[in-house]
Design a binder for this molecule. Structure first.
Ligand code: SF4
Ligand code: SF4
Length: 119
């Protein structure tokens, strides 16, 4: 049986931190994917997802209600920052930053799986 992806009912990391990355990942650059109009410049060579460079971050691409049901409207085009961020235990170890984001919204840390899936 496959466990449901906990991120589908969370989204806390997309609404807790500044999500920044090299501007060359945007479609303003050759080969870039992230829609540039959804980003803002924060440094000469860096951009951030709109909505995340503020006191109460909330990525413009996040749809839904944090802690209930969410999705990323640019999932296939998201930056390396988003792609490389793992939920706790997704790769067999906790991610304290995931836990901290969830705590921002009153969500408990994702529990350590009791059993390892068969491979
Ligand atoms: S905070 Fe963790 S569980 Fe929640 S969406 Fe981000 S990676 Fe997934
Ligand atoms: S681009 Fe998508 S995955 Fe990345 S922070 Fe925004 S909503 Fe989350």
């Amino acid at each position: 049986m496959v466990e449901p992806n906990p991120c589908m009912t969370c989204g806390a990391c997309c609404a807790s931190f500044r999500v920044s990355f090299y501007w060359g990942e945007t479609d303003a650059a050759s080969g870039g994917l992230v829609p540039a109009h959804l980003t803002e410049a924060i440094a000469p060579h860096r951009v951030a997802m709109l909505g995340t460079n503020q006191a109460k971050p909330h990525c413009i691409a996040l749809q839904g209600v944090v802690g209930e049901c969410v999705s990323c409207t640019i999932y296939a085009l998201r930056s390396s920052t988003c792609r490389e961020f793992s939920a706790s235990w997704e790769h067999g170890e906790p991610n304290p930053t995931c836990d901290r984001a969830r705590a921002n919204y009153g969500l408990p840390p994702i529990p350590e799986p009791l059993t390892q899936p068969f491979v």
